[in-house]
Design a protein around this ligand. Sequence first.
Ligand code: INI
Length: 155
Amino acid sequence: MEIIDSQNVNVHCRLAFVVSRFNQEITSKLLEGALARAQEKGFTNSDISVVWVPGAVEIPIVAQRLALRRSSYSAIICLGAVIRGETTHYDYVCETVAQGCSQVALAQNIPVVFGVLTTENEEQALDRCGGKHGHKGKDAVDTAIEMVATLRRLV
Ligand code: INI
């Protein structure tokens, strides 16, 4: 029986982050925690690129451009915060960014980690970047490392 479970397996690779500036008080916390986790795992500044974009809708096109530099990065980590407002705009933004990220992953054959918070309000978002519901930026880095390790096992 072959069992592949790469949880807690560390790898050396380069990581690219795409971070949206919309709701920056949240997304900067996501990035801060993510970079701290990467450092804990042995990544240095030269292993990491960070690209800021205006909002979550702009994440997929930049993720795609980074994915095309396949030899430069082993995983792309997308960080954003979509918070429901008064209009249906929220639903369009969530749908666009989620679909776009998964399309890039499958079309370019690279892990694209969805570290985009989609919440009803700012409190729920803060709870997920170092509050009572953990830190989704840190989780995103763990997911990226595990996926790189798993895909390396499956070449
Ligand atoms: N972008 C976000 O990242 N989060 C949001 O909550 C949000 N809301 O609520 O509108 C948001 N909108 C901007 C969108 O991502 C694009 O930047 C904009 O539509 C231009 O394409």
